[in-house]
Design a protein around this ligand. Structure first.
Ligand code: AMP
Ligand code: MG
Length: 348
């Protein structure tokens, strides 16, 4: 299939957007930018369209999709009832990087929810995403627009690398702002629970609705302690390289990574290092990539997935990464990094 490349880096192109909307309304797939990562969109109310997403991504069909809406008013048709806390959260954080899980209405096909009785919904904070949702009838099911198992795409080029020829259109809206997927909160239990950390932190949620806990399955390596979001059980990204996260006091981490990367290079291995801007100058072996500044943590989340992709394409054998426990987005950054490392953490 020929994939149409729609350049909207300078803003929404009305004619191309009309084409994008008609592709989705006819049951086909369009990749589009959001403020978190690029999404792969299909009509959320069409069961066959959702199946096309799973097939293009090679995604397990028990891993549900997020339904994207362009106005909080659209919630009514797709959930059985709107909990009070959902109103409060949507007022506080929508449009924005927060996905809310509620009981689904019969209108939502079970192929979209991976067979669950609940549906994940969010209103993205991105002009192109909102225009596409409106042009498509109001409900777009979209997971991240990567091949299953690769890091989520943060540029249209990443989408092209994974899905060119498999989907109908890619809308280029430039680099995304946040770079890690949305925070997911489940409102179907007595106590609201974060199933996936993102830009909206636990503290920000507690400030607005009080008691919120983190899914205990997220931190655990014990396979009997399964995370509640089906997608979180997968090793999201298995880099070709062996990735080790090094944690400890700053100077100890820098010394350990310098030594380990030197040893790797001496052995003839291609070594990649993921560092903060503040530390990148401390390393003298291997390929050093600066993710961003600890003082501006969003720069780190913006670049992390792109660096993992770059190391893959450079054929790197081993990667050593600093850890990034920054105040707001740190939980999300470390969640993704730990999964990419297959829980391989070295404490120094
Ligand atoms: P992605 O859009 O690729 O970021 O993936 C969506 C994430 O949302 C996956 O981790 C899913 O498992 C999770 N998710 C979607 N719907 C539900 C739901 N109804 N209950 C729990 N997790 C969900
Ligand atoms: Mg994904």
């Amino acid at each position: 299939m020929e994939t149409i490349w729609a350049d909207m880096r300078d803003g929404v192109d009305e004619a191309l957007m009309e084409t994008a909307g008609s592709i989705i309304r006819s049951g086909h797939l369009v990749a589009f930018p959001t403020e978190t990562v690029y999404g792969l969109g299909a009509d959320a109310l069409d069961p066959d369209a959702a199946r096309r997403i799973y097939s293009a991504k090679g995604r397990p069909s028990d891993n549900p999709l997020i339904v994207h809406i362009a106005s909080p008013d659209s919630l009514e048709r797709i959930v059985t009832h709107i909990p009070e806390r959902a109103y409060i959260l949507s007022q506080a954080f929508w449009p924005g990087p927060l996905t809310i899980i509620m009981e689904k209405s019969p209108l939502v096909p079970s192929s979209v929810t991976g067979g669950l009785d609940t549906v994940a919904v969010r209103m993205p904070d991105h002009e192109i995403a909102l225009a596409l949702i409106r042009a498509s009838g109001g409900y777009i099911a979209a997971p991240s627009a990567n091949t299953s198992g690769r890091p989520s795409p943060t540029t249209a080029q990443h989408v092209y690398d994974d899905l060119n020829g498999k989907i109908d259109m890619i809308i280029d809206g430039g680099s995304v702002g946040i770079g890690v997927e949305s925070t997911i909160i489940d409102l179907t239990a007595d106590t609201p629970m974060v199933l996936r950390p993102g830009f909206i932190s636990l503290e920000m949620l507690r400030d607005v609705i009080g008691d919120v806990r983190m899914d205990p399955g997220l931190q655990s390596e014990d396979p009997s302690f399964r995370p509640k979001a089906p997608g979180m059980k997968y090793r999201h990204y298995a880099p070709k390289a062996d990735l080790t996260i090094v944690e400890g006091r700053g100077e100890d981490v820098r010394a350990a990574i310098e030594r380990l990367s030197r040893e790797a290079v001496m052995k003839g291995l291609k070594c990649g290092i993921i560092a903060a801007d503040e530390d990148a100058g401390s390393y003298h072996y291997g390929i050093v990539r600066s993710a961003g500044s600890r003082a501006r943590e969003i720069t780190i989340s913006q670049h992390l997935f792109g660096i993992l992709r770059e190391f893959d394409s450079l054929g790197v054998d081993v990667i050593y990464s600093e850890s990034f426990d920054t105040p707001q987005i740190g939980a999300a950054i470390m969640n993704r990094l730990i999964k990419a490392a297959g829980h391989h953490i070295l404490s120094v």
